[in-house]
Design a protein around this ligand. Structure first.
Ligand SMILES: [Zn+2]
Length: 482
């Protein structure tokens, strides 16, 4: 299957924008003598955010699904909390890609392929791979990998990171991305060195153990990967290429786990639901429905409730709302409660034309799971669709007071203001969303648009002016990515 790689195009266009090879090195913008050996975290974070924004905008495999993202961040957050060196800046996201891989980017952004989530045998194996990636970040492997490179431009870093990204599931693309790059810069970063791998394994192992997952899972996953050419066909080598694996690494993990008592660690129910959700997105809607019907008919599942949920997601793709409600009802009869089930049930009601029932279902679900972000987004969106914009804005105000770092809440606020024709407030909300995503130029642009909009009263206008001054100062303090 041929895949588009617009990020590769971005990487190559950035390469072209760089000064040609042989350009006097002293003329290149650089991080300074000490900085290249020790890339400041703030700059690493800035580069990471920049790449993350590009992924959100132009990477076709980026999985813009709040429920999957929330699951990964809960799982990853548990690992980060068990990592003494970690700061709070981690962000986990999913890519719809059948290859088995996960990768850490600059600044604590960790990408996870759907193929990995679907091919692990239990949640501890997934946690093991993520713990390894978290450790690449906390051990500063990307920054330390730059030590050999005495002079490197920030744009060079960006190119390198984009090349790494484009290369993550395709060997040919990796080679293409290296064409024209200077001094094998990308090549050096495509795979971490064996020393870094060993370090990430060992640190990751401790994290896995401390976070109460099964510490044997790392060795068992590596072992299966190594035997994988047969089992996974072409999907396994990608991970092996970016994380060189050898017998010594597997033995090391086995030895460490050996001394620990065996402990049964049950998978979370969300783990099963998220896997069903990913599986239900594969193939055509009819194929997905048939797949889950087959599993249920032949009783080939570890969780009946999760399989019914998978069927419901597949039926949602067919817009069979009665079918969705029936499948979810069967899932609930298993004694299972989850915001994922509740959200889809509320959506099915709404789509079935029962606006009052759907909104009530959302309210009841939010009372049961007040922390669920996906329920909050779904409810706000439903209020927008039902033209209950005042109620929607009031609801979002409360959520934003509780968590002012959630960019999606501001994006929804912007849409609700737009529906009311309040353009100044709309641009202001968009500016906050962009600022949270580290896109300061875009945020400033939105505030300038807000200044020109007539819908702001005196107080709002001064708030917009003050915020604009603040962001401009923040922007001036950033290291320019040139
Ligand atoms: Zn690795």
């Amino acid at each position: 299957m041929k895949k588009r790689h617009p990020l590769l195009a971005a990487a190559l266009s950035l390469l072209l924008a760089l000064p040609p090879a042989g350009f006097a090195q002293s003329d290149l913008p650089n991080l300074g003598d000490t900085a290249s050996a020790d890339l400041p975290w703030q700059l690493e974070r800035q580069i990471g955010q920049d790449i993350m924004n590009q992924i959100r905008q132009r990477e076709p495999t980026y999985l813009d699904d709040p429920e999957i993202e929330s699951y990964l961040n809960t799982l990853g957050g548990r690992l980060v909390a068990a990592t003494p060196e970690a700061n709070a800046g981690f962000y986990f996201f999913a890519l719809e890609d059948p290859t088995i891989n996960a990768f850490a980017m600059f600044g604590g952004f960790v990408g996870v392929h759907s193929g990995l989530i679907l091919n692990v045998q239990n949640e501890s194996e997934l946690a093991g791979v993520l713990a390894h990636e978290v450790s690449h970040v906390t051990q500063r492997h990307l920054a330390r990998g730059l030590e050999k490179q005495k002079q490197i431009s920030t744009a060079g870093l960006l190119v390198m990171a984009l090349g790494l990204l484009a290369a993550r599931s395709n060997a040919n693309v990796a080679e293409a991305a290296m064409v024209g790059s200077s001094a094998g810069m990308i090549q050096a970063q495509l795979g971490f060195t064996r020393d870094f791998e060993r370090e990430a394994d060992r640190a990751g192992f401790l994290v896995l153990q401390k976070a109460d997952f099964d510490p044997h899972a790392m060795a068992s996953f590596f072992e299966r990967l190594q035997k994988a050419t047969r089992v996974y066909e072409n999907n396994a080598p990608v991970y092996l290429r970016t994380h060189p694996l050898n017998i010594e690494r597997i033995a090391d993990m086995q030895n460490r786990a050996q001394d620990l008592p065996y402990r049964q660690v049950p998978d979370s129910f969300d783990f099963h639901l998220i896997r069903a959700r990913l599986l239900a997105r594969q193939g055509t809607p009819a194929e997905a429905v048939a797949h889950f019907q087959g599993l249920l008919r032949e009783k080939r599942f570890s969780s009946l409730a999760a399989t019914q949920y998978g069927l419901a997601v597949a039926l949602e793709r067919q817009k069979d709302w009665n079918g969705v409600e029936r499948a979810l009802q069967t899932a609930r009869e298993q004694g299972i409660a989850s915001p994922l089930i509740d959200r889809l049930a509320a959506e099915a009601r709404l789509r079935n034309g029962d606006a009052t029932g759907g909104l009530n279902a959302y309210r009841e679900a939010l009372a049961r799971f007040p922390k669920s972000t996906a329920l909050a987004y779904g409810y706000a969106e439903a209020l927008l669709t039902q033209q209950k914009t005042d109620l929607g804005l009031q609801f979002l105000d409360g959520r934003i007071r509780a968590d002012s770092r959630d960019a999606r809440l501001y994006l929804l606020r912007a849409r609700l203001y737009a529906a009311k024709g309040l353009t100044a407030q709309q641009h202001h909300a968009l500016a906050e969303a962009y600022a949270l995503q580290g896109a300061l130029s875009a945020a400033i642009e939105q505030l300038e648009l807000a200044q020109k909009s007539p819908s702001a009263d005196f107080y709002e206008q001064s708030a917009i002016d003050a915020r604009l001054r603040q962001l401009k100062q923040q922007k001036a303090a950033e290291t320019p990515l040139r």
